[in-house]
Design a binder for this molecule. Structure first.
Ligand code: 5AD
Ligand code: SF4
Length: 499
């Protein structure tokens, strides 16, 4: 059987894309390996959002140069956003790469690998650029469809991503996504519902709907328009699906119908990721985000008012073109008052091809970007830790996802020690699934799970509990994790459930 090694960086979209590529290649007889040296085909699924992510891929490719020299049959592929962004440059910088495939062309990967193996040389398949034709043609060239699912590549067997929208038309000036993922397209509700039903039939309990601006979802067919709130209401009826999550929200499309749906649908996670990016109007304007800080504040106040105990998270970019100390302090003010559950904070990374790179100067020194990043992170961590204290002494309902990071590390060390005595015949597959970093059935181990509000909870439990929804009594908390123990009715009956 040919062996496939696949490495994925970037967002959940990429994780899902890898799942689909693996499914297509498994159909061709491939099996996964976690050892790139032993693989017949090595694929990197890449991200272009920041320069750092791209440079890391070139370094990883550099490390494969010798392997390719000693085994010219090895097929090396670069797929995803960087493939679309750099195109032939990938071949120029790493001439031993065999295929470069953009995110809209991933269905071609098996055929392209075959062509390489048949001696047709380097293969490049990308979608049209945003100025390379009519909107219809560009849109069609990015159209990707999600035909096959590979349960073993899911985050866990009972959790799955479902793509409901591709591309983006917001064109924030710092962002490469509209170029590499193409025009915004919403997928038909029938297809989404059919996929969710299939996932439920396969034992999936939690679906996460994916879109760059997921809440801008809108699908019109004849007289009928399906809004995002309509879609989640329909998905809510699927038996077997217990939790519905979605990322990423665009602040301006946080409409009341959506907030009401999130509030009233019990399966809908009370967790909203709504990136603010900045707390300064001047910066929001140069970023072309399409809203003011006052509008973001109004949206947030409405969200907190309408959905009790909702958890909101945000993204911020520090050091974008022209960001002054005052601008940065306004972002700090927004973080301070917003009580986000968490914020993802990024140093601005200029992306060639964006309006930001064309018309603005990347004028904030890296040292200043780094200092602002650390300052904001420290503030957010303080808030997250403070807010998590309210869980102490209460209980939360958790969907158990698997072993905790510490337990996985411990198991890997144990396995290594065992292998030195008896070499294991084959490595376990990547991703979730049976046998992935799991303690033997029945054994006590440290587990991790998430609440409906996406809070991570670590506790001692039994491997059999993975995939179950259970109550955990919380006795400790830091900024990012709650720690607890499994509630046993006769021991801890009086705890109050918190969310
Ligand atoms: N530099 C830094 N961060 C960026 N993001 C998007 N583009 C850039 C960039 N050029 C951040 C935004 C977005 C998140 C996914 O990545 O905060 O919400
Ligand atoms: Fe990028 Fe803005 Fe689209 Fe988000 S909304 S993907 S930040 S262009």
């Amino acid at each position: 059987m040919p062996k496939l090694y696949i490495e994925t960086v970037g967002c959940q979209m990429n994780v899902l894309d890898s799942e689909l590529v693996v499914a297509a290649l498994r159909k061709e007889g491939y099996e996964l390996t976690s050892d790139s040296a032993a693989a017949d085909t090595v694929i990197f699924n890449t991200c272009s959002v920041r320069e750092h992510a791209e440079e890391k891929i070139y370094s990883a490719l550099g490390r494969l140069k010798n392997a390719k020299q000693s085994n010219p049959e090895k097929v090396i592929g670069v797929i995803g956003c960087m493939a679309q962004n750099h195109q032939r440059t990938v071949f120029e910088r790493a001439p031993y790469v065999d295929l470069v495939v953009g995110p809209g062309q991933l269905h071609q990967v098996p055929e392209l690998i075959r062509k390489v193996q048949q001696g047709s040389g380097q293969q490049l398949e990308v979608s049209l650029g945003r100025k390379d034709g009519s909107r219809e043609n560009i849109t069609r060239s990015h159209e990707s469809f999600d035909p096959l699912r590979d349960p073993t590549m899911r985050p866990t067997p009972f959790q799955a991503y479902v793509r409901i929208q591709i591309g983006c038309d917001k064109f924030c000036t710092y962002c490469i996504v509209p170029s590499v993922r193409g025009p915004e397209q919403s997928r038909s509700p029938q297809h989404i519902l059919a996929e969710a039903r299939q996932l439920a039939d396969e034992g999936c309990k939690e679906i996460t709907l994916l879109g760059q601006t997921v809440n801008s979802y809108k699908y019109t067919e004849g007289e009928t328009t399906t809004r995002f709130s309509d879609l989640i209401t329909s998905l809510h009826d699927i038996e077997g699906i217990d939790r519905i999550k979605f990322v990423t929200n665009y602040p301006k499309d946080m409409t009341d119908d959506l907030l009401i749906a999130v509030r009233d649908l019990p399966k809908c996670c009370k967790y909203l990721h709504v990136p603010a990016q900045s707390g300064s109007d001047a910066q929001l304007k140069t970023m072309r985000r399409g809203y003011t800080v006052a509008e973001y504040r109004e949206m947030l106040a409405r969200t907190y008012e309408m959905i009790p105990n909702v958890a909101v998270t945000s993204d911020f970019i520090v050091g974008f073109s022209g960001e002054t100390d005052e601008d940065f302090q306004m972002s700090m003010d927004l973080v301070r008052e917003s009580r986000f559950k968490n914020s993802f904070i990024f140093k601005y990374s200029e992306r060639p091809g964006t309006k930001g790179a064309q018309h603005m100067i990347d004028d904030v020194p890296d040292a200043v970007k780094r200092a602002r990043n650390q300052e904001m992170l420290a503030l957010q961590n303080e808030i997250s830790e403070e807010d998590n204290q309210r869980f102490l002494g209460g209980k939360v309902e958790v969907l158990v996802e698997g072993l905790s990071k510490a337990a996985i590390k411990k198991e890997a060390e144990l396995q290594n020690a065992n292998e030195q005595i008896t070499p294991s015949p084959s490595p376990s597959p990547q991703g979730g699934g049976e046998g992935h970093g799991m303690a033997p059935q029945g054994q006590q181990t440290q587990l991790t799970g998430r609440t409906m509000c996406d809070r991570i909870v670590v506790f001692d439990g039994n491997r059999r509990q993975v995939g179950e929804t259970i109550d955990i009594a919380i006795y400790d908390a830091n900024a990012h994790t709650l720690f607890g123990s499994v509630v046993t009715q006769h021991l801890t009956p009086e705890l109050v459930t918190l969310s």
